[in-house]
Design a protein around this ligand. Structure first.
Ligand SMILES: Nc1nc2c(ncn2[C@@H]2O[C@H](COP(=O)(O)OP(=O)(O)OP(=O)(O)O)[C@@H](O)[C@H]2O)c(=O)[nH]1
Length: 429
């Protein structure tokens, strides 16, 4: 049982330089009656952000600002984060915790820590707030000229910035569209439409220098079941029950549980949400989505050619891949702006021994099961602006193969969790 005085926690995420520290300083200087504790995560060995926050407010590093440096709290510093927030709750009294995640943090895992670890007894997630640099977002997704930049992880691996931007928006309860002064009215409308397509019901506030209403920012807005655009579009398609056709989207059902980079998809849990995926956006700026679904595999080289070189009009694509010649592996595909990769998941349910299949199907009666191919399918959702749906469908259809036909490839990884990059943004020198 959670004690009644569980402390609300707001997780502040967003890309490098989006304005998280600026917003945090605004929050602390305008905190009013709120007694806020802050935990700042920086990737470097010196926690510059913690110093900046402390400089600007009456808090001191050690006093009100806790720092976790030299790593990322969504991965290698998870244990440190857990220890730090538990200790904080024991040692000090405050009524709200704000965690500023590093620019490369994925908000989902950070929030999960407050639900699943020892910290869960002390804290309640109030909201995942994503600060978006409106200028960068417009350049990356609406300008048709994607900024080909990457974010560097603490272990030196690089992750495409567009992946992070998309993921941070897809898991947000509140999006703070910052740097409003650097975009035009038209650009901001287009950015809002893309944000809405990625995260259909999200609350969006526009700010310059992070001047957001403090009570709004700290309010209890967390909804772990809020819909995610790509999943919502897929499930809308599944609800229609047509397994072979390509379909446009309008209304949807979404279970919206946050996704992980490279995670194996679930099999379509439905809930009672009924949200519009793109209706408003479609009507104004041409943000649309459609689902491509075939009960057949794609040629491995063909899949690489098409899915590794999607037109700029596609903002986000994701789904399941059945690859000819690798008949037993359930691949997932994920594209965000200029990056695209395929991840080997576990086996298809249809590739498991029969008794395991029976058990799985008993526990998941909602699974869309084909008499001959079971759950094997090529099923991709595309979200974008001004996409040529017919051309994309035709390009994919050219690479559809007969199930069971042997295809020579070997480049697709088979070990669960391993990835094949189909497109990577160029690293800026
Ligand atoms: N023009 C403009 N600049 C802004 C705005 N908000 C923040 N900045 C500037 O953008 C730069 C980055 O802001 P920060 O608040 O440090 O961003 P951050 O997200 O904390 O950055 P990292 O800690 O590096 O991830 C600073 O120079 C800010 O002054 C804004 O609304 N408009």
């Amino acid at each position: 049982m959670k004690p009644r005085e569980a402390i609300p926690v707001t997780v502040l995420g967003g890309s490098l330089g989006a304005g998280k520290t600026t917003l945090l300083n605004h929050l602390l200087t305008n905190a009013g009656d709120h007694d806020i504790a802050v935990l700042v995560n920086d990737m470097g060995s010196v926690n510059v952000d913690a110093e900046l926050v402390a400089d600007e407010s009456e808090l001191t590093v050690g006093g009100g600002v806790t720092e976790l440096s030299n790593g990322c709290i969504c991965c290698e510093l998870q244990d440190d984060l857990e220890t730090a927030v538990v200790r904080l709750a024991q040692e000090r009294s405050f009524d709200h915790l704000v965690v500023e995640a590093s620019g490369v943090s994925r908000p989902g895992p950070v929030a999960r820590l407050f639900v699943t670890s020892r910290a869960a007894a002390r804290y309640d997630v109030a909201g995942l707030v994503t600060v978006v640099d409106a200028r960068l977002f417009a350049d990356t997704f609406v300008g048709g000229d994607p900024e080909r930049t990457v974010a560097e992880d603490s272990d030196g691996t690089v992750q495409p910035l567009s992946d992070l931007l998309v993921e941070q928006v897809e898991s947000a309860d509140l999006v703070v569209l910052n740097k409003r002064d650097l975009v035009t009215d038209d650009e901001v409308r287009e950015v809002r439409d893309v944000v809405e397509a990625l995260r259909p019901s999200v609350d969006v506030v526009e700010t310059t220098h992070g001047t957001v209403d403090v009570d709004h920012l700290l309010s209890d807005v967390h909804d772990p079941d809020a819909p995610v655009g790509w999943r919502a579009a897929l499930e809308h398609e599944s609800d229609d029950g047509d397994a072979a056709e390509v379909d446009g989207s309008g209304h949807d059902h979404g279970d919206g549980h946050g996704h992980d980079h490279g995670n194996h998809d679930d099999h379509g849990n439905h809930d009672d949400h009924d949200h519009s995926v793109v209706s408003h956006a479609e009507a104004t700026y041409g943000v649309t989505s459609f689902v491509y679904r075939r009960r057949a595999p794609l040629d491995p080289d063909g899949a690489k050619a098409v899915l590794g070189d999607l037109p700029d009009s596609v903002v986000r694509a994701k789904g399941s891949l059945w690859i000819a010649g690798a008949e037993d592996v359930h691949y997932t595909y994920s594209q965000a702006g200029p990056s695209a990769y395929v991840t080997a998941g576990g086996p298809w349910i249809a590739s498991l021994p029969e008794f395991e299949q029976d058990t799985y199907r008993r526990n998941h009666p909602e699974i869309d099961w084909h008499e001959e191919y079971g759950d094997k399918r090529t099923e991709l959702v595309f979200i974008g602006r001004g996409m040529d749906e017919a051309a994309l469908v035709e390009a994919l259809d050219q690479h559809i193969r007969e199930p069971g036909v042997s295809v020579d490839d070997g480049q697709y990884p088979v070990e669960a969790g391993s990835e094949l990059a189909l497109a990577e943004p160029e690293v800026e020198s």
